[in-house]
Design a protein around this ligand. Structure first.
Ligand code: HEC
Ligand code: HEC
Length: 337
């Protein structure tokens, strides 16, 4: 360290300052560990651990798949595929963005998970995702990487750094809560700090008015967090090409047949293809779907709308204004050895 060289009083000062700074950092480091581990604030040991686990392919059975494989930050935490491929090349569904996922009340298209923690536990074990299959396998794998033991001690000091499926999932969930998008053209416009193009403003008016989109795509993240039957579950022509039962799979209520949770539209221009099965390749294709009134089946909750070419352009301009600016490509973390 520079301060060791006594012939340079200036660098001694620097050395003291460095020591003070590192002491402060250590204090902040421990003070920052949240009580229940639920709060996601970047820089906390829990979040930094979770970030590494999220990117680490060694957590999958094949060593080839990480959460970030299907939720790639470069694509707003999606994978650009119609349907994701995980362990054993298994096809699942279209990977949704994780933008502002901490705001969601229920997770997945059918709303089958109610917390990021419980979802992460399942994703780690799931044959089609990380393929860990048993908690023991996942725990042993993490334990075998020495660097993780240190990180778990920092993140879970009151639990003696225990490496369990539960603590692994809690760390990943804490990181997921930091995946936030907030400074899109739309946000800056609403906060009076920026400008929205005339086309996007007309699109916004259409979205809220005549086109009726805000009926379901409402609130801060453009989702009501409820389940709707748009007929989307009947038009799928993805590789599985089968009807997705949706919410009924969770509730057993016949009224929930084919209903899926309204997705957020934040970052939507960056996350094609669309719908639960990735069957619609572009935003223009999504608009055509709505213009035709979905699958026009009994019980479908949307009505055909008619849009001029200019209105289509305007709606797409508005949807594109929901892409955050500082939604950057975060560099992948260095993984522990
Ligand atoms: C093989 C690709 C794949 C991998 C690997 C994967 N996911 Fe996903 N993820 C998906 C798909 C597909 C969905 C949508 C499934 C559904 O809704 O039925 C999804 C859904 C989610 C959701 C719900 C988002 C929402 O808005 O409801 C979260 C959260 C999530 N994944 C986090 C993770 C985490 C954390 C990991 C790692 C432990 C992970 N995923 C690994 C493909 C993947
Ligand atoms: C009745 C509720 C409802 C209305 C009205 C509605 N949507 Fe949707 N929207 C949904 C649901 C539910 C999905 C998910 C469908 C699926 O995944 O199968 C969806 C999906 C989407 C998607 C794809 C998002 C993604 O990430 O896959 C876009 C884009 C979209 N809607 C835009 C619109 C626009 C634009 C309008 C107005 C013309 C509109 N929606 C009207 C409920 C609605």
């Amino acid at each position: 360290m520079a301060g060791r060289d006594s012939s340079k009083p200036q660098s001694r000062g620097t050395g003291r300052a460095l020591i003070l700074l590192s002491l402060l950092a250590v204090v902040a480091f421990f003070a920052a560990v949240s009580e229940d581990g639920s709060e996601g604030v970047a820089g906390r040991p829990l979040v930094e651990l979770g970030r590494r686990l999220f990117y680490d392919r060694r957590l999958s059975r094949s060593g080839l798949v990480a959460c970030a494989t299907c939720h790639d930050p470069h694509l707003a935490y999606t994978d650009g595929r119609r349907q994701s491929r995980g362990e054993a090349g298994m096809v699942t569904a279209n990977a949704p963005t994780l933008a502002n996922v901490g705001n969601r009340k229920l997770l997945l298209f059918a709303g089958s998970r109610s917390s990021l923690e419980s979802h992460a536990r399942v994703a780690l074990l799931n044959r089609g995702e990380m393929g860990g299959l048993t908690p023991q396998w996942v725990e042993d794998r993490v334990w075998s990487i020495r660097g993780y033991r240190v990180l778990f001690e920092a993140a879970f000091p009151t639990e003696s750094g225990a490496i369990r499926l539960d603590t692994i999932a809690r760390a990943i969930a804490a990181f997921e809560r930091t995946i936030r998008t907030h400074d899109s053209d739309f946000d800056l416009f609403v906060e009076g700090r920026g400008h929205l193009s005339p086309s996007a403003r007309r699109g916004l008016a259409l979205f809220r008015g005549q086109a009726g989109c805000a009926r379901c795509h409402s609130g801060h993240d453009f989702t009501d967090d409820k389940f709707h039957f748009t007929g989307s579950t009947l038009v799928g022509d993805g590789p599985r090409n089968e009807v997705f039962p949706g919410r009924i799979g969770v509730t057993g209520d016949p009224r929930d047949w084919g209903r899926v949770r309204t997705p957020t539209l934040r970052e939507v221009a960056r996350t094609p293809p669309y719908f639960h099965d990735g069957s619609l390749p572009t935003l223009a294709a999504v608009l055509s779907f709505y213009e035709s009134g979905g699958a026009q089946q009994a019980g479908v909750e949307i009505h055909p709308i008619s849009l001029t070419p200019k209105q289509r352009t305007d709606l797409i301009a508005f949807l594109t204004s929901l892409s955050g600016r500082s939604w950057v490509d975060p560099p992948p973390p260095s993984l522990p050895e």
